[in-house]
Write a protein that binds this ligand. Structure first.
Ligand code: NAD
Ligand code: SER
Length: 321
């Protein structure tokens, strides 16, 4: 991991990923060098620099990047897959026009580097679902997926045309224990832990055999940093890296949780998110990420479940959840 100090701004910083990315960046670069922003208000005890920012307001994005002399932007503000199917117009606006504003500020030379996550939602039913290749058919079935493919292309265009250094990963579903997920199809894989600990049972909105690619938050954050620190000349797929870590279905995850809590029960009540999940890959070929910036995950399913159960049980005992 690079040790040079950069001044970084995070958009969508109060979401699932931003809530853990910001403290990590604060440890890495110093709290004074990290600006967290979101359209929401933070809690009264929020630690570090915070500014309210709607990424749809170009002048506000520009003023903050300029005012804080930002070197890098981690652009996390977005509307996710399930929420995006409820509000496709909003998903297009935030995910495309919000990103376009960040790109524009970089094109003006006000910041050097942008991290912009894509997603497994970039793929569709025509894509091979097992060991999905890096370069393959991209025919997403959700507005969220449409914005992710467009975002990959927009980032690449700004790199090719204006030398804006944009980097991105097609993230699998992220599993974490700090902030709840924000309206995605993979959210079940987080909710299940909270419900297992609080109630001992969970009603899953996907079928038991729905295998999806997933990643544990520590590996997700490691991937962000490894890609941001990689030499630019190595990056042939710079805005759209396939990333693999875990692949499992709800029944397999439940069985792993039952090793910690044998009384835990799961039932299945698939809803509209099943169709979205059925259009996504089951496993991913991430050989380009491994070759071009040495990606390797640390956690397997058992280790992730051990860690999640340990951390959330401790939070439950303290009355936090
Ligand atoms: P999240 O929904 O938890 O957080 C998104 C944040 O964006 C929220 O805090 C929200 O308030 C903020 N936001 C929404 N509209 C905004 C606006 N107009 N201006 C400023 N902020 C706004 O999402 P997340 O899980 O943290 O995801 C972050 C990024 O990672 C997104 O681009 C998402 O597509 C991508 N991603 C996430 C996952 C996952 O499983 N979490 C998987 C693949 C890709
Ligand atoms: N976890 C995300 C979602 O389900 C995938 O991008 O929307």
């Amino acid at each position: 991991m690079g040790s040079d100090i950069r001044r970084v701004m995070v958009t969508g910083a109060l979401g699932q990923i931003g809530s853990e990315l910001v403290p990590r960046l604060q440890r890495l670069f110093g709290t004074q060098n990290v600006l967290a922003t979101d359209i929401k208000e933070p809690s009264s005890d929020y630690s570090g620099s915070y500014e309210r920012l709607d990424v749809l307001e170009l002048d506000e994005v520009r003023n903050l990047v300029k005012g804080y002399d930002i070197d890098e932007v981690y652009h996390l503000a977005a509307i996710l897959s399930a929420a995006g199917e409820m509000r496709p117009d909003l998903a297009w606006d935030v995910n495309i026009n919000g990103f376009r504003n960040v790109l524009e500020v970089a094109r003006e030379g006000l910041t050097n580097k942008i991290f912009h996550p894509s997603s497994i939602a970039a793929f569709g039913t025509e894509t091979p679902r097992l060991n999905t290749p890096q370069d393959t058919v991209l025919t997403p079935r959700t507005m969220y997926g449409v914005t992710k493919v467009t975002g990959e292309l927009l980032g690449k265009y700004f790199f090719d045309k204006f030398s804006v250094d944009v980097r991105g990963i097609r993230l699998p579903g992220v599993i974490s224990n700090v902030a709840p997920p924000g309206g995605g199809t993979t959210d079940y894989a987080v909710e299940i832990f909270y419900e297992a600990i609080k109630k001992g049972s969970y009603e899953c909105f996907l079928r038991s055999d729905t295998t999806l690619p997933m990643i544990y938050m520590p590996d997700c954050l490691k991937a962000f940093q490894d890609l941001m620190d990689a030499p630019s000349e190595n990056l042939k797929h710079r805005t759209s890296y396939n990333l693999a870590s875990l692949s499992f279905n709800p029944a397999e995850l439940a069985a792993e949780i039952q090793k910690h809590n044998p009384q835990f029960t799961i039932t299945y009540e698939p809803d509209f998110r099943q169709k979205i999940a059925d259009s996504w890959p089951m496993s991913i070929d991430d050989s380009c990420a491994r070759e071009e910036w040495s990606w390797t995950p640390d956690y397997d399913l058992e280790e992730m479940v051990d860690d999640m159960c340990f951390i959330l049980s401790a939070r439950h005992e303290k009355g936090e959840i």
